[in-house]
Design a protein around this ligand. Structure first.
Ligand code: ZN
Length: 188
């Protein structure tokens, strides 16, 4: 089921999430809906707060990257589910990438982040797993884990860039926003 995506300004996007204790039918249904919602919006990642939920879960589908040939090595089956993810290591080397976010429509900005991370999580069957530090998903993982901690990619921008975007973000938070997918925005 496609759910509306909560947009910048919604309080839930700033609240930390809660660990998932067990794989209940409710959690399974949430994961399915998150995957439907991500695909419906042509996104490569989606975190639970973006659909108004507080479970520590994100989903990802990097098929578009794989088709563009920007991924190295074997691409795991897509989409992927990450329950209770924790970044347990990050590289000293950083890299820049132009990021966007389904909760901040039509805004793309260059963000610097560690090049590689190691992630511990539970998969869709709730089996514990770990991703090696050279995993190509590092960018998506860091963006989505941020969501689970109440952090948005614009928080990583320089004070100067943030000042430049201030009015746009403020308008968005007031409900002056539209997208090509269902959204849940503040009252205008
Ligand atoms: Zn996002």
């Amino acid at each position: 089921m496609v759910l509306p995506i909560y947009v910048y300004g919604e309080a839930i996007l700033r609240q930390p999430t809660l660990p998932v204790e067990a794989l209940t039918p409710d959690v399974e249904a949430l994961v399915r809906s998150m995957i439907d919602t991500m695909h419906g919006a042509d996104g490569v990642g989606l975190a639970a707060p973006q659909v108004g939920r507080r479970e520590r879960i994100f989903v990802a589908d990097v098929t578009p990257f794989a088709e563009r040939g920007t991924l190295e090595g074997d691409v795991p089956p897509q989409p992927m589910t990450f329950i209770n993810p924790e970044i347990v290591w990050e590289s000293d080397e950083e890299t820049d990438f132009e990021e966007g976010c389904l909760s901040i429509p039509d805004l793309r900005e260059t963000v610097w982040r560690p090049e590689r991370v190691r992630l511990r999580y539970h998969d869709e069957a709730f089996a514990p797993r770990e991703h090696p530090p050279d995993f190509e998903l590092a960018r998506v993982i860091q963006h989505e884990v941020d969501h689970l901690d109440g952090v948005l990619f614009v928080d990583h921008l320089s004070p100067f860039r943030r000042r430049m975007l201030q009015r746009r973000l403020r308008n968005m938070a007031r409900g002056d926003v539209s997208a090509e997918y269902p959204i849940h925005a503040a009252e205008g």
